[in-house]
Design a protein around this ligand. Structure first.
Ligand code: AMP
Length: 219
């Protein structure tokens, strides 16, 4: 069986998190999301989590050594053996080069051949998506107070837990996150285009429309 490795790229709030969680259930490959792994380390107050917190709250990239050690141990777990969906890593050329080295080390006898799916989206809507975004404190399901409201205010439809706003979803931090994205992450589009591994998806529109486009690309 060929290993299915998918890497997702796109600006903050482009819908990557929603679609990659859905895809993970559909393909039965784990959704490896660096943002969530770092937030978990923050909640658990591990040394890496405590260092990461300051960067996350300023909308900056967490130092590469921290992300690398978190992601490497996650990709070596048993459930990633046949494939994984990577969301939020790499976020810079330096991280992209590190990822290739990491995958070669994990699977020395296999060729590194992941597909990169880029969420191409109209950027004007994104700031509103972030400011009105809420997520379930337990299962992580994502809502939007304007476009994707829960049935009961403040409560998750799936598990009944409280909905919370991420600390870095305020307007000021969101703007910093966009700057970080354009300066450090967006150059990866050209980087992967030149390697021939980039697949562009039109990420505008409803969740179901984007889902259909995504399926035709990854199947
Ligand atoms: P996200 O949940 O993907 O929006 O990520 C939230 C925050 O976590 C980002 O704004 C960064 O501060 C940090 N982060 C997530 N992934 C990475 C990464 N690959 N490298 C450095 N920092 C990251």
């Amino acid at each position: 069986m060929t290993k299915k490795e998918l890497v997702f790229l796109g600006p903050p709030a482009s819908g990557k998190g929603t679609q990659t969680s859905k895809l993970s259930q559909y393909l039965k490959f784990p959704h490896v999301d660096t943002g969530s792994l770092l937030r978990r380390a923050m909640t658990e107050k591990t040394p890496d989590g405590l260092t990461a917190q300051g960067y996350i709250e300023k909308g900056q990239l967490v130092p590469i050594e921290i992300v690398a050690s978190i992601i490497k141990s996650r990709l070596q777990e048993e459930d990633c053996a046949n494939g994984f969906i990577l969301d939020g890593f790499p976020r810079s050329i330096e991280q992209a080069e590190m990822l290739e080295g990491m995958l070669k080390e994990i699977d020395a006898d296999k060729e590194v051949g992941f597909k990169v799916v880029y969420f191409d989206i109209d950027q004007q809507l994104l700031l509103d998506r972030i400011i009105y975004r809420r997520s379930c404190s337990k299962c992580g399901r994502i809502y939007n107070l304007l476009s994707l409201k829960p049935q009961k205010e403040g409560v998750c439809d799936d598990c009944g837990e409280e909905l919370i706003q991420r600390k870095d979803d305020t307007e000021e931090t969101a703007k910093a996150r966009f700057n970080t994205y354009f300066e450090q992450t967006a150059p990866l589009i050209k980087f992967y285009e030149e390697k021939g591994s980039l697949r562009k998806i039109d990420a505008n529109g409803e969740v179901d429309e984007v889902w259909e486009r995504l399926l035709s690309e990854v199947n």
